[in-house]
Design a protein around this ligand. Structure first.
Ligand code: FE2
Ligand code: FE2
Length: 156
């Protein structure tokens, strides 16, 4: 499991960095708040996974075969990062909706399957992973709300 935790710690930190970079260019105040929450949660997740990995957050992307869902999530995140400053923030955020959806599925399906033995032995770890999965479910919702607010489609 340690390799998976290092991988997740790295990509959660990168997720936080992407949201932190996009946030200042969001005009709607409530949308900025929602993006802040996504960044704070991702920093929290990175720290939790770093703790579980028993080491430091890797400086470069770790190799881990986590299946096609994780590979697609990484591809979307890398693309979003490369588009910062080149594309409109709203377009980048729209691309990240699918990422948050995939991350939720990732936690629920792939990670849970791999952590099943551990979870059965350790009820506390199970609660920790469940709380992260709940955050991920909320992220997609918050991100979609932030996009609507920024587009002026919803009242702030
Ligand atoms: Fe996360
Ligand atoms: Fe997330």
């Amino acid at each position: 499991m340690e390799g998976i935790y290092s991988f997740l710690a790295f990509y959660e930190r990168k997720t936080a960095e992407v949201y932190e970079k996009i946030r200042p260019s969001i005009k709607n105040g409530t949308a900025r708040l929602l993006i802040s929450i996504l960044a704070i949660d991702s920093r929290k997740h990175s720290e939790v996974f770093r703790h579980l990995s028993g080491g430091e957050v890797p400086k470069t992307a770790p190799e881990a075969d986590l299946g096609p869902v994780a590979a697609e999530a990484v591809r979307i995140l890398d693309e979003a990062e490369s588009l910062i400053g080149k594309k409109a923030p709203l377009e980048i955020l729209e691309g990240l909706v699918k990422y948050e959806k995939l991350m939720n599925e990732e936690y629920l399906v792939e990670i849970y399957a791999k952590a099943l033995d551990l979870k059965q032995k350790n009820g506390t770890i199970k609660k920790v992973l469940n709380s992260i999965a709940e955050d991920e479910n909320r992220h997609r919702d918050f991100l979609e709300q932030a996009i609507s607010l920024e587009k002026g489609e919803a009242g702030s």
